[in-house]
Design a protein. Structure first.
Length: 251
């Protein structure tokens, strides 16, 4: 079983990509929406939540755990890897593909405050900031929009534009989505950014990495699986939004 957790429903954007290449596996998704968003929480708090959720997922039979949350990856994955024998797959900042493909020499990063302060992101940023200009902005209100199911409409466009426009004004032609909630707003982001701007979601690369690790660890199911994905979902708060998004991705 593959365990997946996020601060809320955002990690379902990662599950969506994983299902494309590992459709026959069993999944248990934990949405920690009672404590969402994680972006302004302390690393110690996120580490504590990570331990509790990891214990829960292991109790359900998880063989590998995907930390489908950029903020939790930044704050907690190193601690979890030290404390538990199970393999953890985290989110990677997609700065590299953005930097290598940018034609304007400016890339924009939309993320939570916690992700932008994380050592993984700062290390990756340091490798490329001599070659491209990297501009950042917190996607203020993005997580709340996704958690409430407001994926489009005038208010959603207004909220998205307020955080995206400063990156476009700097000349960014690549927009990196640094939070797993943000891909659910991708249509709005792309519409505002225009066709000349590429929006980059790291989830497909994370899904491929998960498959590689599972192959190395001999965790891939060999005997086939159900036609309908075997997914269990639990939330620490109201699960209605997460279930609605889950239905959306498995249609």
């Amino acid at each position: 079983m593959i365990g997946i957790f996020d601060s809320g429903s955002g990690g379902l954007s990662v599950l969506r990509e994983i299902l494309k290449i590992l459709p026959e596996e069993k999944y248990f998704y934990y949405a920690d929406n009672a404590f969402c968003p994680y972006g302004e929480k302390t690393p110690e708090f996120i580490q504590s939540r990570g331990r509790e959720i990891t214990d829960f997922l292991l109790g359900k039979g998880a063989d590998i755990i995907v930390v489908a949350c950029n903020t939790a990856t930044a704050a907690a994955i190193a601690t979890l890897r030290k404390e538990y024998p199970v393999k953890f797959i985290g989110m990677e900042p997609a700065v590299k593909p953005a930097a290598l493909s940018s034609e304007s020499g400016v890339i924009g990063v939309l993320a939570t405050a916690g992700t932008l302060k994380g050592s993984k992101y700062l290390t990756t940023k340091g490798l490329y900031e001599d070659n491209v200009k990297i501009v950042e902005h917190v996607g203020k209100g993005f997580v709340e929009l996704v958690e409430s199911g407001e994926l489009d409409g005038p208010q959603t466009e207004k909220v998205v534009r307020e955080s995206l426009q400063p990156l476009l004004d700097e000349g960014a032609d690549r927009i990196v989505l640094g939070c797993t909630h943000y891909p659910f707003l991708r249509e709005v982001i792309q519409r505002i950014a225009g066709p000349s701007v590429q929006v980059i979601d790291p989830a497909p690369a994370v899904a491929r990495h998960l498959k590689d690790v599972m192959t190395e660890e001999a965790l891939i199911k060999e005997d086939g699986g159900p036609e309908i994905p075997d997914i269990q979902l639990v939330a620490s708060g109201d699960d209605s939004s997460a279930r609605s998004l889950l239905e959306r991705i498995i249609r």
